[in-house]
Ligand binder design. Structure first.
Ligand SMILES: Nc1ncnc2c1ncn2[C@@H]1O[C@H](COP(=O)(O)OP(=O)(O)OP(=O)(O)O)[C@@H](O)[C@H]1O
Ligand SMILES: O=P(O)(O)O[C@H]1[C@H](OP(=O)(O)O)[C@@H](OP(=O)(O)O)[C@@H](O)[C@@H](O)[C@@H]1OP(=O)(O)O
Length: 318
C-alpha cells in the first residue's frame, strides 16, 4: 500500500509596509521565492476590513508612519490602525511581527531613551546619553530641566516622535539655551557625544544580527567653532540637519567630515561581545525581532553609547 505524502500546509503571510520599502524589497521576486517555499505573501489592504483578507499565519508590518500620523489625529491613519488592532485582538493565533506595544514605544523618543537608560544601568560598558524633554523656549525653565537631567552642551535636539515622517529625522545641534528657540518644540534634547563621525548600526533579525559601519556627525565642541578657533559659547550657531543626510550608507555632507584637528584621533575598537549583549537585552525587553540599534563609541573615553533604537526592516538575501 502506498503511503500518502502529506505536503506541509501552506503558510499565509499578510504584510504591510510603505511603497518605498515594497520597491526596495523587490516584492515580485520575494513573492516568487516565498511561493517556492510554500508561503503565500498577501499585501494587506488597510482601506478595508482585514478579516476579509486573511486568515494569516503571520502578520509582518512596518506601520510606524501610520502610527505617527495617528498621533496627529489623521482620520485615515486612525481607521487603518483600528482595523489592524481589531484583527490582532480577534486572531490571537496570528504571529505579529513585531508586537504593536514595542513599535509604539519606539515611536516616542522619550520612552525609547528611558528604556535604554533602564537597560544599561547595570552595565559598566554601555550607556545612553543623558536627555530631557523640552516644551517651551523659556530659557530659565530649560536651564533647570537640562541641569536636573545632567544634559550638557552641545546637545542634539530631536523631534519627540522618532520615526514615520521626514520631519522625525530633522534635528539640531544646539550650543546654548538661546539656540533652543530655533528647534521645533516639543523636542528631546540629548547630550552630544563626540565619536569621530563613526556610527555602528546593529541590524537585528530575530536571533541573528549584524553590524554595518556608517558615516555620522563630526565632533562638536561647546565654545569652539569648528576649525575657526574659539569663540563664545553664547555666539555659537545652531546646526540644522536631517539624520538621513548624514548617516546613510552613502551620505556625503560637510557635517560628517571630521575637522582637521580630529582626523588623526585613534578611535577605540568595537567589541562584538558588547554588541551581542546590547542586542540580547533589547530583544528580550521589547519582545521584538526587527530592530535597528544606533551605537557610537565615545572618542576620548571609549564608552559605548546607544543613540537610537527603531523598528527596522531589512532585506537579507542568500
Ligand atoms: N547624542 C548624540 N551624540 C552625537 N551624535 C548624535 C547624537 N544623537 C544623534 N547623533 C547623530 O545624529 C544621527 C541621527 O540620530 P538618531 O539616530 O537619533 O536619528 P534617527 O533619525 O532617529 O535615526 P534613524 O535614521 O536610525 O531612524 C546619528 O546617526 C548621529 O550621527
Ligand atoms: O530608508 P530606509 O528604507 O533604509 O529605512 C529607514 C526607515 O524608513 P522606512 O521604514 O520608511 O523605509 C526609517 O523608518 P522611520 O524611522 O522613518 O519609520 C528608519 O528606521 C531608518 O533607520 C531606516 O534607515 P536605515 O537606518 O535602515 O538606513
Amino acid at each position: 500500500m502506498e503511503i500518502p505524502v502529506t505536503k506541509p500546509a501552506k503558510r499565509v503571510v499578510g504584510y504591510w509596509f510603505n511603497e518605498k520599502k515594497c520597491q526596495k524589497f523587490r516584492l515580485a521576486e520575494l513573492q516568487a521565492e516565498c511561493k517556492r517555499r510554500g508561503i503565500e505573501l498577501v499585501k494587506i489592504d488597510l482601506s478595508r476590513p482585514i478579516e476579509d483578507q486573511g486568515p494569516f499565519d503571520l502578520m509582518l508590518h512596518k506601520l510606524t508612519a501610520l502610527y505617527a500620523q495617528a498621533l496627529s489625529n489623521d482620520p485615515k491613519a486612525l481607521l487603518a490602525i483600528k482595523r489592524v488592532e481589531k484583527y490582532i485582538s480577534e486572531n490571537p493565533k496570528t504571529f505579529i511581527m513585531d508586537p504593536i506595544p514595542g513599535v509604539c514605544q519606539l515611536l516616542q523618543r522619550d520612552q525609547t531613551y528611558h528604556l535604554l537608560q533602564q537597560c544599561t544601568k547595570e552595565d559598566d560598558k554601555v550607556f545612553t546619553p543623558t536627555y530631557a524633554k523640552l516644551t517651551t523656549t523659556d530659557i530659565q525653565l530649560n536651564k533647570k530641566l537640562l541641569t536636573e537631567a545632567s544634559v550638557t552642551f552641545p546637545m542634539v535636539c530631536k523631534p519627540v516622535t522618532g520615526g514615520g515622517t521626514k520631519e522625525a529625522h530633522e534635528m539640531d545641534v544646539v550650543f546654548n539655551e538661546a539656540g533652543i528657540a530655533e528647534c521645533t518644540l516639543p523636542c528631546i534634547a540629548q547630550s552630544f557625544i563626540n565619536h569621530g563621525a563613526v556610527l555602528y548600526k546593529l541590524f537585528v533579525l530575530g536571533p541573528v544580527w549584524f553590524v554595518v559601519v556608517r558615516p555620522s556627525l563630526k565632533n562638536f565642541y561647546a565654545g569652539v567653532d569648528g576649525c575657526y578657533g574659539i569663540n563664545k559659547l553664547a555666539e555659537q550657531e545652531t546646526v540644522h540637519f536631517n539624520s538621513h543626510h548624514v548617516s546613510k550608507e552613502n551620505s556625503q555632507s560637510p557635517l560628517n567630515q571630521l575637522d582637521p584637528g580630529d582626523e588623526k584621533e585613534d578611535l577605540p575598537k568595537a567589541d562584538p561581545a558588547v554588541f551581542n549583549r546590547i542586542v540580547t537585552v533589547l530583544r528580550d525587553e521589547l519582545k521584538m525581532d526587527l530592530l535597528g540599534i544606533d551605537v557610537v563609541i565615545e572618542s576620548r573615553y571609549g564608552r559605548l553609547l546607544m543613540l537610537m533604537l527603531s523598528q527596522v526592516m531589512i532585506q537579507c538575501r542568500t
